[in-house]
Design a protein around this ligand. Structure first.
Ligand SMILES: NC(=O)c1ccc[n+]([C@@H]2O[C@H](COP(=O)([O-])OP(=O)(O)OC[C@H]3O[C@@H](n4cnc5c(N)ncnc54)[C@H](O)[C@@H]3O)[C@@H](O)[C@H]2O)c1
Length: 258
């Protein structure tokens, strides 16, 4: 599904996106670029990240790529610094990296898995905001959007570690929004339901049967497309959402409505 728009809400805005190489991050980076933003694309998959940048440039947009493991404080700090050095300011940050666990009852999960899931989801968002906020303040304010999940709003059977990590993202979002509400920074999160990306295939197995089994559990009867999450992120980051902060917005085909 492609979403085209004639709006130019982000003309010349500088937007930093983590997890920009694939899935929701890539679709969101492209959507920002189509509305006039200049992009700093952060990911640890350099090859796929370059493909996102090439796609944006072919459409006439501007993008730089940054090699970042969001669990490394040095790499996150350098990436934000490089963005400021290249563009001179920062207006929007989308802290989107996340990894899902293999479905497992809690007692069968390992400490290593806990560290990987907590660090890629929650530590990444903490470090992102820690270095983006001073850059946003220097730029006169802006917006942060983090990626939580339906598992950040509800418990999910077989996904205790991912549920804990995405609740942490929701908590960081709400508390940070209060810390900076008076300083012109709005912090919000999206909470996607199942979206058709590589990550979702860890759950569905990627097979037609696995996808169909997931679709049956969805009130809307289908998975979401990355572009449908992107449009919510752009709204949260736009001036139209000027009175919206500390929200964890479900974009999930009705999954958390019942
Ligand atoms: N797809 C879904 O069904 C779904 C549902 C709810 C929430 N989410 C969340 O949406 C976000 C994006 O997921 P997606 O479906 O696009 O996943 P994806 O696997 O398609 O893309 C994730 C991207 O993050 C990058 N990445 C992973 N770990 C990294 C790290 N430590 N440092 C830097 N880059 C790293 C990967 O290289 C990849 O480009 C995640 O936070 C995920 O938890 C996804």
């Amino acid at each position: 599904m492609s979403t085209t728009t004639s709006a130019n809400r982000f003309e010349n805005k500088i937007v930093f996106v983590t997890g920009a190489a694939k899935g929701i991050g890539r679709a969101t980076a492209i959507a920002f670029a189509r509305e006039g933003a200049r992009l700093a694309l952060a990911d640890f998959d350099d090859k796929a990240n370059s493909e996102t940048a090439d796609f944006i440039r072919k459409e006439g947009g501007e993008a730089i790529t940054l090699h970042v493991d969001v669990t490394s404080e040095n790499e996150v700090r350098s990436a934000v610094n490089e963005t400021m050095a290249e563009f001179g300011r920062l207006d929007v940050a989308f802290n989107n990296v996340g990894r899902i666990q293999k479905p497992t009852p809690l007692a069968e999960s390992t400490l290593d898995e806990w560290r990987i899931i907590m660090e890629s989801n929650a530590l990444g968002v903490f470090l992102g905001m820690k270095y983006e906020i001073p850059a946003l303040l220097k730029s006169g304010g802006g917006a942060i959007v983090n990626t939580s999940s339906g598992a950040g709003l509800r418990g999910r059977k077989g996904f205790a570690l991912y549920t804990a990590a995405k609740h942490a993202v929701a908590g960081l979002t709400r508390a940070a929004s209060l810390d900076y509400a008076r300083q012109g920074i709005r912090v919000n999160a999206v909470a996607p339901g199942p979206v058709d990306t590589e990550l979702a295939h860890v759950v569905t197995g990627g097979s037609q049967d696995g996808i169909a089994a997931m679709e049956v559990t969805q009130p809307i009867g289908r998975l979401g497309q990355p572009e449908e999450i992107a449009s919510a992120v752009l709204w949260l980051a736009s001036p139209e959402a000027g009175y919206t902060l500390g929200t964890v917005l479900p974009v999930d085909g009705g999954r958390t409505a019942g």
